[in-house]
Write a protein that binds this ligand. Structure first.
Ligand SMILES: [Zn+2]
Length: 510
């Protein structure tokens, strides 16, 4: 079904990125944008007679946000710190050995991925959606391909094709030179490679990951380096065919007390994107993360404008994905993906400043491939959203369109997802035993294997710190609300290594 959205269009179109105008976005029934028109100009000649129509008035109509760095498997978890620790961690291999890491992070995450993988993924996707995210990176490794995504999962998105055609490769693990060399040739053939690289304090040992990537020929256009906060300005000079970095200032400051040298990367024409990272040290969505980016920019005198920051969650990641995906994301222009977010804004508001100020309360409608998946009841109805179910976000009633992961004809709801996760939390051992039995039964019956996910942080498939001998020792912390809430801000003060800077995040939500 085709969809026409009218409102104050913020297209971030390639030829006029700053221009905004009252107009319409025309999304064809193939889920791609056919045209973007100004005022009452005529739309495409055919294909829109029966289109659904959403009128956003003065509200902003933007490309859906892209979160280019996340870890979906940890989305339910609260912020984590190691009690009594007084100095920032040195790099990404420092905190997994902290004494509380396994029990606070690995075990509860393991309980969910093993016992309720479908519900866990659904939770993470709805958490992204309510912040206007339409594509997210960090889907956990899995034993079989999945198709029923709501939000586009960057590594797994096939646009209805074959998983084998996927050209986005990713690794959270430090790779050996032979694998990096293979990635280098895959990138030469058009793939994208998203790599956790040099995550830690400036010039710590993990800077060697970048040098190794350089020696193996990975510093190419298709290279997406996550974090790079251990690099100094000189390091970026080696990247002569600049690609992309993903900046997660909340997580960096929380763990390491310092963050990526963004101006140095920009000076080398490296594309900078923003990612939310993960539950234990991140924001809940990129609409929150750009506020942290703004706080850092202000403190450091970097002078990043709201326009610069909005680009980091729209056209910058969209351009990084356009090569490997073979389709433009993050811009509203002909042939691009029909992924759109509507944010409420005053008629006179500067559009980019309004996006920076917006919170979950302001997300009015989220459309992916022309299908309305989340929003206020009125635009959801106007967009003819399928299988509507209710949920409450930031005190406001909202509507979600969700189906079961493996069956696009079977409706689901966030209440069902939460009920399943709570069941696991109430008795992790019982849920894990039941899952193990179900796996064994499926195997014996020769049935299709149960969905299984792997934890992707930080050193491999075997859970860090191992599991307790008695699964009954696993304690799962409360499942966190989807949005940035008062309790989240309260849990920031006096924890982590940000020197108080992250305390400022709550002001955006007051
Ligand atoms: Zn990460």
């Amino acid at each position: 079904m085709s969809l026409v959205i009218s409102g104050r269009i913020v297209p971030l179109a390639r030829n006029a990125e700053k221009s905004t105008f009252q107009g319409k976005v025309w999304i064809g029934d193939d889920g791609h944008i056919e045209r973007v028109t100004r005022g009452n100009a005529a739309g495409p000649r055919s294909g829109f007679d029966k289109a659904a129509r959403v009128d956003a008035g003065h509200d902003l109509v933007l490309p859906g946000f892209i979160d280019l760095h996340s870890h979906l498997a940890y989305a339910t978890l609260p912020l984590w710190t190691e009690p009594d620790r007084t100095t920032p961690f040195l790099h990404h291999d420092s905190w997994p050995s902290a004494s509380t890491y396994a029990a606070d992070i690995t075990w509860p995450a393991y309980a969910f991925i093993e016992a309720a993988p479908e519900a866990l993924l659904a939770y993470a996707e709805v958490r992204a959606l309510i912040g206007g995210t339409t594509s997210i990176q960090g889907s956990p490794p899995k034993n079989r391909p999945l198709d029923g995504w709501m939000v586009r999962n960057v590594e797994d998105e096939t646009f209805g094709g074959d998983i084998a055609s996927t050209r986005v490769l990713a690794s959270t693990l430090t790779l050996k030179p032979d694998v990096l060399a293979t990635r280098a040739s895959q990138m030469k053939a058009g793939a994208g490679f998203i790599y956790h690289c040099a995550e830690g304090q400036l010039n710590s040992i993990v800077a060697g990951e970048y040098q190794s990537a350089r020696k193996c020929g990975c510093l190419q256009k298709g290279f997406v380096a996550i974090h790079t906060n251990a690099l100094d300005p000189g390091d970026y000079a080696a990247w002569t065919d600049p690609g992309t970095i993903v900046w997660s200032p909340f997580s960096n400051l929380w763990l390491y007390g310092s963050t990526t040298d963004v101006p140095a990367a920009l000076a080398r024409k490296i594309r900078v994107c923003v990612g939310s990272d993960w539950g234990p040290s991140g924001t809940r969505n990129v609409l929150g993360e750009i506020k942290v980016a703004a706080l850092v920019s202000k403190r450091q005198g970097w002078k990043l404008t709201p326009f610069d920051l909005v680009r980091m969650i729209t056209c910058n990641p969209g351009d990084a994905l356009a090569g490997p995906w073979n389709v433009q994301a993050g811009r509203l222009e002909p042939d691009a993906l029909g992924d759109v977010v509507i944010l409420s804004a005053r008629a006179a508001a500067d559009p980019f400043a309004a996006v920076l100020a917006a919170t979950e309360k302001d997300v009015r409608l989220v459309v992916i491939g022309g299908r309305a998946l989340y929003g206020d009841a009125k635009p959801m109805k106007a967009a003819k959203a399928a299988f509507p179910s209710n949920l409450t976000i930031a005190g406001t009633k909202r509507v979600l369109s969700m189906t079961q992961l493996d069956d696009p004809s079977a409706p689901s709801s966030f209440a069902q997802v939460l009920a399943r996760l709570k069941q696991v939390r109430d008795d992790p051992k019982k849920a894990l035993d039941a899952a193990a039995n179900a796996s064994a039964e499926a195997r014996m019956a020769g049935a299709a294997p149960r969905l299984r996910l792997a934890l992707d942080m930080p050193l491999g498939k075997v859970p860090i710190g191992g599991l307790p001998k008695n699964l009954g020792e696993i304690v799962v912390p409360p499942i966190q609300p989807l949005e940035h809430d008062v309790a989240f801000f309260a849990s920031i003060a006096g924890r982590g290594f940000h020197g108080g800077l992250l305390d400022g995040l709550g002001k955006f939500y007051a």
